[in-house]
Ligand binder design. Structure first.
Ligand code: CA
Length: 230
């Protein structure tokens, strides 16, 4: 990557575009904006941005369609910006291949943190199969399939391990309930969200210092879960 990363903002609300233009700054990011889905797709093809911020409520097409279109030819990280009341669309967008989401109104600090995470994981080779993951005093050795907390080995059942590994593959990003159920239990388990509640609770009891106040295995209410790495 040469120069500051290029961000394409696909958003029809001028206030949001102005806000991001002034908050991102020219030094760290180059921001391009498109006010419709069609323009956004054209700009994405022309400018090959490093990251896309996508509003779901666009005047000409559904944001979820924009994600599907992008994913048919690009792996660029996509962060969805959704308004309240677009809960279902947001989950659909994540299932369609968006990497993360923020609900409006959002704080610029959080947006920037999510943007940095998205870029880090877009780096070539990252996020695919790192042999080891370290978060605080937790260490996951994927090659040996062993987990250590503060140096002591933690025993996980095969399902618990698969769930942790699925979250770790998308570390730092939100993973929807549907995605997790499919990756861990298979395509037939799409709706068994209670599996997730039960097994996330098991994992938290084994891996978190205070299971009721998780610091690593975060719940994204109504959407899914996120393995926090920052
Ligand atoms: Ca909008």
């Amino acid at each position: 990557m040469t120069g500051p990363p290029a961000v394409l903002l696909i958003e029809d609300e001028p206030q949001v575009v102005r806000f991001l233009r002034s908050s991102l700054g020219d030094r760290d990011w180059r921001l391009f904006a498109a006010a419709s889905g069609k323009d956004g797709l054209r700009e994405a093809a022309n400018r090959a941005p490093d990251l896309i911020l996508l509003d779901l409520g666009l005047p000409d097409m559904d944001g979820v369609e924009v994600v599907r279109n992008l994913r048919s030819w690009s792996r660029v990280p996509i962060i969805v910006l959704s308004a309240r009341g677009q809960e279902r669309d947001k989950i659909e967008a994540l299932d369609a291949g968006a990497d993360d989401y923020l609900t409006k109104p959002f704080g610029i600090g959080e947006l920037l943190a999510r943007m940095r995470v998205a870029l880090r994981h877009a780096a070539p080779g990252a996020g695919t199969s790192a042999p080891e993951l370290r978060i605080g005093d937790l260490r996951v050795d994927f090659e040996a399939r062993r987990i250590f907390r503060a140096g002591a080995e933690v025993r996980l059942t095969p399902i618990e391990y698969r769930l942790l590994a699925a979250l770790a593959r998308h570390a730092g990003k939100v993973v929807t309930q549907t995605q997790l159920l499919r990756e861990v239990w298979g395509p037939g388990a799409d709706r068994q969200t209670h599996y997730l509640r039960v097994y996330m609770s098991h994992l938290r009891h084994k891996l978190e210092g205070e299971p009721a106040r998780p610091r690593i295995l975060m719940t994204e209410p109504g959407v899914g879960y996120r393995l926090r790495i920052d």
